[in-house]
Write a protein that binds this ligand. Structure first.
Ligand SMILES: [Zn+2]
Length: 487
């Protein structure tokens, strides 16, 4: 028997070794694939990357101030807290529901084009199911639990469970790979800590597109991974978030990096600017590589939008098999991708970005992307006499969201209210305009008003929104008929 002190030392050193192998090492990778220590890299011209690296390194998730999007989401009557629910579960007003629904439809249409097969799976799963039990033990998460007939269930925190169980039961040949399965989960649930919940940024109930690709081997996984990287860039750009709006992090196991340096460099080059790298000596999660595209907000907090991972463990855990060319059964590599991240977080990012632009430039006119604006054209008749003409103008538009401010208010007040709503096109009609083809149009962000016909306005709006889904005005067309949801 060993003396007490020696035994203790042994335990400590084992624990230290384990900790060392789990410890994250942080670098910046430049476009040549060179790794820099954080304190050696020159962050000049990479201000957001510097903020993002600092945030990730410190891992401080608490929020001490209210981020600006919280006021905006309420004043635009999009979305709000629901005091009767658990924190982090929100209510969507008609305009917010429309914005969110359009984002959901858009992301889904992009995943369809990529080849994703859309499915629908349950919101809750038994904690006693052997595979799920082993999964939850291996990766403890903060989930909601629900009881039914004495059986404990948990609410899903991603679409993985449903898609994996479905794939376990499927007959899959190597010819079917890569096999792409997709679900827009409304909702997924995570019981994030109270102090970390902030507006739309971190919620307990969120809407997450989740597309898995089952791949034959690493070669196929890598090429599929590249396709999905492009898909995610395209999806974010369509939402209105360009490369300058987010920072990329690559997180991987050291061995994988050493064996795939060119591939990793290829991802950085596709991103087009230096990235943050987190590296581990040993794999502790189910993935060997993960990237995430992160938005840095007005309070310098970062949050992941899109993400994709190469999973080498769950094919076996869920016993998902495909029949290979040589007649043997094998477990696939599984890629987990969310091409936009949570839809709520996309709304948060758009609003925060507009808040940052307003802060930087006093005269800046914030806007939602045109395809997401609840009203695209507001017609303001100067008096009741011209409501009929406003109706006639509105009737000439097709697939454009046009409403009419028929309230008993002054024209000045109506224009100010339209501006508070960030409405992109405002048209005032009175005696001078009645019966005319060309109308004076105030285009948001443009100084002087322009004379345009309905056809010209419509063409301009369609050109800017052509590859996006469309929904009609989500509230009554006449402002007089609208309830006020906030304030
Ligand atoms: Zn997944």
């Amino acid at each position: 028997m060993k003396p007490m002190s020696e035994k203790k030392e042994e335990v400590v050193s084992e624990a230290l070794k384990a900790e060392e192998s789990l410890r994250s090492r942080w670098y910046i990778m430049d476009l040549d694939g060179k790794l820099w220590d954080l304190d050696e890299f020159d962050f000049q011209g990479h201000d957001k990357l510097r903020k993002f690296s600092g945030y990730e390194y410190a891992k401080d998730r608490t929020v001490d101030r209210t981020p600006p999007h919280v006021n905006l989401m309420r004043s635009l009557e999009l979305v709000d807290y629901e005091p009767a629910s658990d924190p982090g579960n929100f209510r969507y007003y008609p305009k917010g529901r429309m914005v969110k629904a359009l984002l959901e439809e858009y992301v889904t249409s992009m995943v369809h084009k990529y080849g994703g097969m859309e499915v629908e799976t349950p919101l809750m799963y038994s904690m006693e199911h052997p595979t799920l039990k082993s999964y939850l033990n291996r990766f403890p998460a903060r989930q909601y639990t629900v009881e039914s007939d004495d059986t404990p269930y948990f609410l899903r925190f991603a679409a993985c469970f449903g898609q994996f169980l479905m794939s376990h039961d499927a007959t899959i040949s190597y010819r079917n790979l890569p096999m792409r399965i997709y679900e827009m989960t409304r909702y997924s649930f995570r019981r994030e800590q109270r102090g970390e919940l902030t507006g739309l940024r971190r919620l307990r109930a969120f809407t997450m597109p989740d597309v898995h690709a089952f791949c034959k081997n690493l070669v196929q996984a890598r090429s599929e991974y590249m396709r999905r990287f492009k898909l995610s860039q395209d999806v974010l750009a369509g939402i209105g978030l360009e490369k300058e709006d987010y920072e990329l992090a690559l997180r991987m196991v050291e061995d994988f990096y050493n064996e795939n340096k060119e591939f990793i460099k290829g991802l950085v080059q596709k991103h087009g600017k230096p990235v943050l790298v987190e590296m581990w000596k040993e794999r502790f999660a189910y993935f060997i590589l993960k990237w995430d595209m992160n938005f840095v907000d007005a309070l310098d907090k970062a949050s992941a939008l899109a993400t994709d991972q190469i999973d080498v463990e769950n094919g076996e855990r869920y016993d998902i098999k495909y029949m290979d060319e040589d007649g043997t059964q094998k477990h696939p590599y599984i890629l987990h991708c969310s091409p936009s991240g949570a839809i709520e977080r996309d709304i948060y990012a758009i609003l925060e970005r507009e808040a940052m632009r307003m802060k930087a430039d006093n005269g800046y006119k914030p806007q939602l992307p045109l395809w997401l604006a609840p009203t695209q054209v507001r017609i303001i008749p100067v008096s009741h006499e011209y409501v009929g003409f406003a109706d006639m103008v509105r009737g000439k538009f097709s697939k454009v969201r046009v409403d009419i401010d028929n309230r008993d208010e002054t024209v000045g007040k109506k224009i100010r209210d339209a501006e508070k709503e960030w409405i992109p096109y405002i048209v005032v009609v009175g005696e001078r305009e009645a019966g005319k083809e060309k109308l004076p149009v105030r285009v948001r962000g443009v100084k002087d008003s322009q004379n345009m016909s309905v056809a010209e306005m419509q063409e301009k709006i369609h050109a800017e929104t052509e590859d996006k889904p469309y929904r009609p005005v989500p509230v009554p067309v006449y402002l007089q008929e609208r309830p006020k949801f906030v304030g």
